[in-house]
Design a protein around this ligand. Structure first.
Ligand code: ATP
Length: 590
């Protein structure tokens, strides 16, 4: 496929918000692609070069792209900055400046190869080399290709769909309907690389998809927890279940193998064969290994050949042994000053699941069996000296009074609450159902839990806050059926001065003239400044009520912002969860 054909497809995708249309266009695109191209096409459509765990990033800021465009089209940077400010989009700027007679084209594989070379430039002078290489590309390609090309390195492609729509489109490709989605989704859940799934499907069809299994080095999409109204409901739903403390740190998926995975061996021939392989992945499935050198050493002592473990990492005070609040633990998630911060904020990992052991996936086994295998690892004498990696304590619970007892115990230890887990269930990769149920301190108060909303835009300030230029902001929740965002609250109080400034700064850096196509916002709620879908905030409120105004049909009473979350927009709270929370409220409390 040529870049010209590819960009014509991108343009069609860019012009529609209708889910079925997007799915149909994508399936036509996949139909035209060869299997050697389809993985690259998937990544590029999502505005990336690789799945999140491969960390191939351009590290180019918008300012750098302005410089690249200025250099390419031989204009002063100031002039380019002006044009960009006017139309608010680097893509349209590149389109406007590219001569219409410029008609060069590349194969999609060649374009991808060149982009990877650009992204891989490192060290001193790398920004200059990126500028030159990218500019060479822009000088070659047609205006429409350049429009989309200029958006990709700065994370601004945003065609309004995620991996899940790609799965639908793959199903359409073969069946003209979504019937293969469950099989494709299963494959993606256990091997979270959309390019790999698409390539496998294109080459080997459904049979090959059914064979996709978890592998060391590719993250499994983490299982998520549902919410229930009260302790009776938990007992009702789960029967006898396992109760665990809920640590408020960050999710960590540990991949360990004494031998390098086959792919790594061929790529890293310099690595000594006796080196074991350790990788950590976050909730967002990014590779976070470099952030935790202290944990790598401990993992290397695991008495197994290979394993994938699921757990939570939390900071602690080495003097008192007490756990740290989330904000402090979060400081360990950094790329710089890693060693210094590791000394200041040591981490403990609490492992709560085992998904793969000695070369075999064990996700399908019951939690009871997986837990037994996990306990066996921790009983090994080599684990005695393991200071930082611990087994999450667990209790088997049969009645309500036991829930209350342990809930109080963990709350008194400063923890967030408990997780209740079905004993006879397989690991529900990528799913939020009632296999796991979270029950938190906040759920005891009136509203059962905070919700994670996307910031859609802000209203300019009047009165006291006019100095900050922001008076309120609009937030929405996710409707996963069509990957759109529906309004749920206008937030005008409950933020510190710093938080107001922070939200305004963030939105300003993401502002866009047009309403992003995936937002469904009633006219009367139109904000003064629209934000591209990027900022996720945790919102606390007193109650959820039905609303005739908001497009979600629900509103938050007395909403206030707790914090900005490091989440992808498509990990915002879904409308379905809001409805569940609404129903929970009406249930009697314990
Ligand atoms: P989610 O991760 O479900 O989207 P969230 O980020 O808001 O939501 P919570 O709702 O607070 O997190 O709870 C779920 C998270 O709790 C898990 O993703 C995991 O990181 C963490 N966690 C802490 N302790 C445990 C445990 N024992 N078992 C499973 N998860 C745990």
């Amino acid at each position: 496929m040529t870049t010209k054909t590819f960009s014509e497809f991108l343009s069609k995708l860019d012009q529609t918000t209708l889910r079925n249309e997007i799915t149909a266009i994508l399936s036509q695109l996949f139909n035209k692609a060869r299997y050697q191209e389809i993985d690259k096409i998937c990544y590029l459509c999502l505005g990336r070069l690789a799945p999140p765990h491969q960390s191939i990033d351009f590290n180019l800021a918008e300012k750098s792209m302005v410089k690249i465009l200025a250099y390419t089209f031989n204009r002063p940077v100031e002039e380019l900055t002006e044009i960009y400010k006017k139309n608010g989009d680097l893509g349209s700027t590149a389109y406007q400046l590219t001569e219409s007679r410029q008609k060069g084209s590349l194969s999609i594989v060649e374009l991808y190869r060149k982009l990877v070379i650009i992204a891989n430039q490192e060290g001193s002078g790398s920004q200059g080399r990126k500028l030159k290489l990218f500019s060479e590309l822009l000088k070659q390609l047609d205006p429409l290709t350049n429009k989309y090309l200029a958006r990709i390195p700065v994370g601004k492609l945003r065609l309004g769909f995620s991996e899940l729509t790609i799965l639908d489109a793959l199903s359409w490709l073969k069946t003209k309907n979504k019937t293969l989605r469950p099989d494709l989704e299963r494959a993606y859940n256990v091997s979270a690389d959309i390019g790999l799934v698409a390539k496998t499907f294109k080459k080997g069809g459904l049979l090959a998809i059914k064979k996709i299994q978890p592998q060391i080095g590719i993250p499994i999409r983490p299982a998520l927890a549902g919410r229930l109204a009260n302790q009776e409901k938990i007992i009702e739903k789960l029967g006898t279940f396992a109760l665990e403390p809920k640590y408020d740190g960050f999710r960590i998926q540990i991949h360990f193998s004494r031998q390098l995975p086959a792919e790594e061996k061929s790529e890293n021939t310099l690595l000594k064969p006796q080196h074991s392989y350790v990788r950590f992945f976050s909730r967002q499935m990014e590779n976070t290994t470099g952030m935790f050198p202290d944990l790598v050493k401990e993992v290397e002592r695991f008495p197994v050949e290979s394993a994938i473990l699921d757990g939570e990492a939390i900071g602690f005070n080495p003097r008192t042994g007490k756990f740290l609040p989330f904000q402090e633990t979060a400081q360990r998630k950094r790329k710089y000053d890693v060693k210094k911060t590791a000394g200041k904020i040591p981490l403990k990992v609490f492992v709560f699941d085992l998904l793969y052991l000695n070369g075999k996936p064990i996700l399908k086994k019951s939690f009871k069996k997986r837990r037994l295998a996990l306990e066996k690892i921790f009983q090994n004498p080599t684990m005695k000296s393991n200071q930082l990696i611990n087994l999450t304590p667990q209790r088997i619970i049969k009645n309500k009074s036991q829930i209350e007892k342990y809930f109080n115990l963990y709350i008194n230890q400063g923890l967030e609450g408990i997780l209740c887990k079905k004993l006879n269930s397989s690991y529900q990769a990528g799913a939020r159902d009632f296999t796991w149920v979270k029950y938190k301190k906040t759920m005891r108060t009136n509203l059962a839990d905070t919700i994670d909303c996307l910031v859609l835009g802000y209203y300019r300030g009047r009165g006291k806050r006019s100095g900050f230029g922001i008076g309120a902001f609009l937030v929405g929740v996710l409707d996963p059926r069509n990957e759109s965002f529906l309004t749920i609250a206008k937030i005008g109080t409950g933020l510190s001065d710093d938080q107001w400034r922070q939200i305004r700064r963030k939105v300003d850096s993401l502002k866009t003239k047009e309403k992003p196509k995936q937002y469904s916002v009633p006219k009367e709620l139109t904000p003064d400044v629209w934000a591209k879908p990027e900022i996720v905030v945790e919102i606390k409120s007193d109650e959820i009520s039905k609303s005739p105004i908001h497009s979600s049909g629900y509103a938050l009473r007395f909403p206030r912002m707790e914090r900005i979350r490091q989440k992808d927009p498509n990990q915002s709270t879904s409308l379905k969860e809001v409805i569940q929370l609404y129903k929970i409220q009406t249930c009697p409390k314990n």
